[in-house]
Design a protein around this ligand. Sequence first.
Ligand code: NAD
Length: 499
Amino acid sequence: MRQIDHLIAGGTGGGAGARSGEVFDPNNGTVQAKVALGTSADLDRAVAAAQAVQPGWAATNPQRRAKVMFRFRELVERDLESLAHLLASEHGKVIADARGDVLRGLDVIEFACGIPHAQKGEYTQGAGPGIDVYSMRQPLGLVAGITPFNFPAMIPMWMFGPAIACGNAFILKPSERDPSVPVRLAELMLEAGAPEGLLQVVHGDKEMVDAILDHPAISAVSFVGSSDIAHYVYSRGVAAGKRVQAMGGAKNHGVVMPDADLDQVVNDLVGAAFGSAGERCMALPVVVPVGEKTANALREALIPAIDRLRVGVSTDAEAHYGPVVNAAHRAKIEQWIQMGVDEGAELVVDGRGFALQGHEQGFFIGPSLFDHVKPTMKTYREEIFGPVLQIVRAHDFEEALRLPSEHQYGNGVAIFTRNGHAAREFAHRVNVGMVGINVPIPVPVAYHTFGGWKRSAFGDIDQHGMEGVRFWTKNKKVTQRWPDGSATGENAFVIPTMG
Ligand code: NAD
């Protein structure tokens, strides 16, 4: 059986510890590899290798650091198809989605190629008599990232791209459910010319996460995953004196105003709710039609659109989405669906019990649609993270605005309307971090920043863009005064001469 090892000090191996995890092929339900579940001893080896190279990397001028990122970008593009297939084979998403996972990460690498500009400091000449003030953004040293299963290429690149470009060494602890692509990315960084030890991958579960959070040599941790764990990581990391950003779960709403273009909305909703089997933190699993007429028309249009969805294996170019990541996650989604029924919501389309011919053991689940979901229901308050869309009917704009604003999560939200005033009011007043106006998945481009509010993110600093540069650096402020040549005695300023 294939063994997936840590990548420490430029090489794999050494991950033959007592514990390992199973990596499934979600299309067939079989175990395709074993991944090492590391310990603090594995982490210590990675820390030592990182500490050996980081000062030299920090002292490398930013143009040279950027050159490595440029080469890495070219290599990822060269290997795009093999990366996408490897990713899909462990995650289950369809190839087009897997390609998108890699390419959205590459957008952040492209931003990191501009680090000579992005990391520049500020300068004020003559802030006082003969006094200048300037600032410089210095790397933190050794930093780490802990990532979820659902974007095994994009989210690691969100983190290590800017962190490494800024002069840090980076230890990545990817999800143990689909760990192969992160290892390939670290290998490509080596091929691009990064010194051994600059980007390393340690695999593991809670034991490795705790070792990272407690390690005194690691200055900052970026985390993306579910909210309870994000909160835990944030609290424990901050208690250990680290800078921490911890992105959590989501329950994004799409508000549909009576004047919205319904065909467009249905098309957008079906993609945003069911694409990638709903395993996206920016999925739209809740739709809020405003007024009974809108709700009834939307429901009628959604049913046939959902019916047309094709669930298939990752390599099926016609499939809209593939299997979910493992059997345990599918069982959990099915439990949520049953709970929705028990809570009194109307199950309009039931995706349970779906089996794909020839792949009966795969982790497939059909799309589900609920209507008459109430804000008091647990299935509305919690994240399901599967192909399940819930209709929550609102009487008017104010009620539709209150629903996402008062929800515990605040990652993304969208409004569909032709009315600019309604859209503007909504964008200004809604208590959510990322807003789409007629855009179902409002993920900001790489040179802006990404981050939700409330229980969708702990810590103040977003991912990537200039916030990424701020997160991965510390700002040093220098106030300088140089005596002029007219001073006498021991304060005299003498321009050094040769000879
Ligand atoms: P997860 O929380 O189970 O795992 C995330 C990471 O935490 C993994 O590396 C895992 O090994 C580690 N981990 C798991 N259990 C742990 C524990 N008890 N203690 C310490 N570490 C632990 O998340 P997941 O299932 O891999 O990913 C899906 C979740 O991530 C969803 O909730 C989704 O909304 C969220 N997500 C959020 C964003 C965002 O930007 N807000 C982006 C993508 C995914």
